[in-house]
Design a protein around this ligand. Structure first.
Ligand code: NI
Length: 253
């Protein structure tokens, strides 16, 4: 079944029909979802949601756009959430020089501290990186070696993808691969072995064609899997089966 490795079901866009939508997932071929926190305020909510739905897991961490609100006390409280056994990863963490909400120094500091946390807890990481290719690679090489993780919503070159794969990281592929201007990601998908690819929505964002621009949800991943099957010249079933196996191995489920 489809494994959505990165979703945001705490988002307000799901307020009107969240429960109904999530309860329909298994009938739509979706077997598991990792709900990922971004802001400090969402961490606790994410963990509660994972406790409510048997097929849902949680990744707890602070997005680079949000690290300005972190302090030692909040970080300590966030660490407490990892005692819950539905929390399977640290994320999403990383660098975002596109929105550039916080200084690069502050972003790096909290990125490194959260990588160290993953090492301490022996958990995989879910990495967000936008317009920060070189710095992210440098931080991962120095502080992320030996960790397991996903470079989520991968948007860089196929050459760099190969470097991540060599370090044992997975490449997160979502709706962008179905876009007309998604050529770079299609090339990455062609290059990277299926054993190093995982599926994701990043919903409510980045809905695949034919729903581009609309609210995304995990059942739309089938369009992503279809596109990957086309790029790699394998069956749709093989893409779903292998990416599910990859995700379960990574998240240790
Ligand atoms: Ni995300």
């Amino acid at each position: 079944m489809i494994f959505d490795t990165h979703a945001h079901y705490d988002d307000r866009q799901f307020d009107s029909d969240r429960n109904e939508l999530l309860n329909s997932m298994q009938d739509n071929g979706v077997g598991a979802i990792v709900n990922v926190s971004a802001a400090y305020e969402s961490c606790e909510h994410i963990v509660h949601m994972a406790q409510k739905y048997p097929f849902m897991y949680a990744a707890v961490g602070i997005h680079p756009d949000e690290v300005g609100s972190l302090d030692e006390e909040k970080f300590a409280r966030m660490k407490e959430l990892f005692k819950n056994d539905k929390v399977v990863a640290v994320g999403e963490i990383g660098l975002d020089y596109y929105w550039d909400n916080e200084s690069h120094e502050l972003q790096k500091e909290w990125f490194i501290r959260q990588l160290d946390l993953a090492r301490e807890l022996n958990l995989p990481v879910n990495i967000h990186s936008r317009d920060a290719a070189q710095d992210t690679m440098e931080v991962i090489k120095e502080y992320g070696r030996g960790l397991d993780g996903i470079v989520h919503c991968y948007s860089y070159s196929k050459e760099m993808a190969k470097e991540y794969v060599k370090m044992g990281y997975y490449i997160g592929v979502g709706g962008v691969v179905t876009f007309k201007n998604g050529k770079r990601l299609k090339e990455t998908v062609e290059t990277v072995p299926l054993t190093s690819i995982v599926l994701e929505t990043d919903c409510p964002y980045l809905a695949p064609e034919p729903y581009r621009g609309k609210r995304n949800n995990s059942s739309y991943i089938k369009y992503v899997a279809e596109e990957i099957a086309k790029q790699k010249d394998v069956s749709y079933e093989e893409v779903v089966r292998q990416t599910e196996e990859n995700a379960k191995k990574l998240y240790r489920l």
